[in-house]
Ligand binder design. Structure first.
Ligand SMILES: [Zn+2]
Length: 277
């Protein structure tokens, strides 16, 4: 939100007297139309936005206090704060990954060696390939292994489409404590972050405004995580992704990255279906 004071002159005497001054403008967040902006301690603020931001920070601190640096605390942190469509995915482990051929055995083996490389060498990971090949499953498995091996790293699994949806929803609900500020703080503070299904919204037909929102949000997250490992899954290759995204995002993904190619892997959903019959 940008609001310039323009030609408006506020007499110093008036500011001194009241501490703040009401301006004729109002903020552009839906639902805030009835509140005037105020000039307070040299800043122009919307009183409601200010209050919401304070509430979000409070909600975050409460969550944070709850998860101390014990193995149990890290496990709880992972289960309670991961952002998913369906919580069942969080029960997956590397050992449940069905490998029926060389390619699948290879990818499973790689998933087993990745946690240590991420912890010790601060690697990023980019897992790519068709839908249904078990990328999210192995990402959860890798993060859970990191949780068990490491004595200090806290991990989180985040479905990017779900995260973006939650943030958008919070824009229209002033009472929602978990909004953009909350998620930004949570994701930037997490030691090792799994971002599931990046680029999904970009490959569909989206408006410029929607794709700008996606790209800006991702950029802000990665920027705030400078120096921390992030693990990604995508249905797109890094080349396909680079045609849809900002080069600054791509170069952050590529930094010290381990690639895991799932394109030779068969559709796991098909196997699950066959096993049921
Ligand atoms: Zn506002």
């Amino acid at each position: 939100m940008v609001l310039k004071m323009g030609e408006l002159k506020i007499p110093d005497s008036q500011i001194e007297r009241t501490g703040y001054i009401e301006l004729p403008e109002h903020c552009d967040v839906p639902g805030h139309e009835k509140l005037n902006m105020i000039h307070f301690k040299g800043e122009i603020i919307c009183p409601r936005c200010k209050l919401e931001k304070n509430n979000q920070e409070f909600a975050y601190e409460k969550t944070r206090e709850h998860f101390d640096n014990t193995a149990e605390g890290r496990r709880l942190f992972f289960y309670q704060n991961s952002i998913v469509h369906n919580r069942a995915i969080l029960d997956k482990g590397i050992r449940d990954y069905i490998n029926k051929n060389d390619e699948e055995s290879h990818i499973k083996k790689k998933a087993n060696t990745t946690p240590r490389e991420v912890i010790e060498d601060n690697r990023n990971v980019f897992m790519y390939g068709s839908a249904g090949t078990g990328k999210s499953h192995l990402l959860v498995g890798i993060l859970k292994n990191i949780n068990e091996i490491s004595t200090e790293k806290r991990c989180l699994f985040v479905s990017v489409p779900k995260l973006l949806g939650n943030i958008k929803k919070s824009f229209n609900d002033p009472r929602e404590l978990k909004g953009e500020a909350y998620y930004m703080k949570l994701l930037s503070d997490t030691d090792i972050l799994g971002l599931d299904d990046i680029g999904a919204e970009l490959s569909m037909n989206t408006t410029k405004q929607a794709s700008d929102f996606t790209i800006n949000t991702l950029y802000n997250i990665l920027n705030a995580r400078e120096g921390k490992s992030t693990l990604f899954t995508s249905n797109l290759t890094i080349e396909q992704l680079s045609r849809l995204m900002d080069e600054r995002i791509i170069s952050r993904i590529k930094t010290n990255v381990i690639y895991m190619d799932f394109n030779e892997i068969s559709d796991k959903r098909e196997i699950a279906y066959k096993l049921k019959q």
